[in-house]
Design a protein around this ligand. Structure first.
Ligand code: SF4
Length: 293
């Protein structure tokens, strides 16, 4: 694995609408999961060799210094633009090291991943959760293992991710699903949405945050269309006819599927609105802080 220089790793978020996070921390750059729809490979981000994982040099020393100097603690989000549980993490343990530091300096954490490797760190997540909020967001876009191996080829299939959710949930960690993207003409059907919600509930998820559609922009679009030609011949034409050059490609079935999705979530008691998710995993800590005053 290549190590790249970095000046800062833990940066303040401007707003905290996105799962209530206060800081972002990304130790790795690039990703090997190979999702055909990956937005992070878009030209606007300028990441060279996106499919090669690079780690930030002296990451843990930098993170320690940054956490120590923060005036306010808060929830640190990780897992945007790169999966913190990529295959290199199994050997290098940098995400684990980052979690140890979060525990040591009194920060909460919100992690997005597609990898069951996160279950290795249940001990640390439990430790952080004693005093600060912890949230795990497992991305799942299809209920079908065969399809997940096509659209997300180098990461564990959906069933393994659900097993990880079960393990986290059994350990008392607040976890749920990022149901995004929902690929138009491939995943945007009633069976898929219903089965994902059912499996989520069955495995102890507490929330699902959806986006019924996808985004497409320069470089991401070319990469995605190449994959469509390989695995779904003829579909590229349908995308061009339906969405042209649009950035937002909302499923043509969105109204119907949203209705189904919300009805199913309510049936199983899963929350799906951002404010409810934030409330679900953070409110008890705020009450504790208030009562301390
Ligand atoms: S896990 Fe995320 S960053 Fe990695 S390839 Fe898939 S969509 Fe891209």
């Amino acid at each position: 694995m290549e190590f790249i220089p970095a000046k800062t790793i833990v940066t303040r978020c401007k707003g905290n609408e996105w799962f209530g996070i206060d800081y972002k921390m990304n130790i790795y750059k690039g990703c090997t999961h190979g999702c055909i729809y990956c937005d992070s490979r878009s030209s606007c981000y300028g990441i060279d060799d996106f499919d090669v994982i690079k780690a930030k040099k002296n990451a843990l020393q930098i993170i320690r210094g940054e956490l120590r100097s923060k005036i306010k603690t808060g929830v640190v989000g990780t897992g945007s633009m790169s999966d913190p549980y990529n295959p290199m993490e199994a050997k290098y343990g940098l995400t684990r090291g980052g979690l140890e530091l979060l525990a040591q300096y009194g920060f909460g954490v919100a992690i997005a991943t597609k990898s069951p490797l996160i279950t290795r760190d249940i001990d640390l997540l439990k430790q952080i959760k004693k005093y600060n909020p912890v949230l795990v967001k497992m991305t799942i876009t299809t209920c079908d293992d065969t399809l997940s191996k096509i659209v997300e080829p180098h990461v564990a299939p959906t069933s393994e991710r659900f097993k990880a959710i079960k393990a986290l949930s059994d350990a008392g960690i607040n976890c749920g699903l990022l149901l995004m993207p929902v690929l138009p003409f491939i995943e945007d059907n009633e069976r898929n949405i219903k089965e994902i919600v059912r499996q989520a509930a069955l495995n102890g998820a507490k929330f699902i945050y959806p986006a019924i559609g996808m985004t497409l922009r320069e470089n991401q679009r070319e990469h995605y269309f190449e994959a469509l030609d390989k695995h779904f011949p003829g579909l590229q034409k349908k995308y061009i006819e339906s969405f042209g050059n649009s950035y937002e490609c909302v499923s043509l079935e969105v109204k119907k599927l949203w209705q189904i999705f919300t009805t199913e979530c309510q049936k199983y008691g899963l929350v799906y609105k951002m404010k409810d998710i934030i409330n679900m995993y953070q409110s008890s800590y705020k009450v504790e802080q208030l009562s301390l005053f």
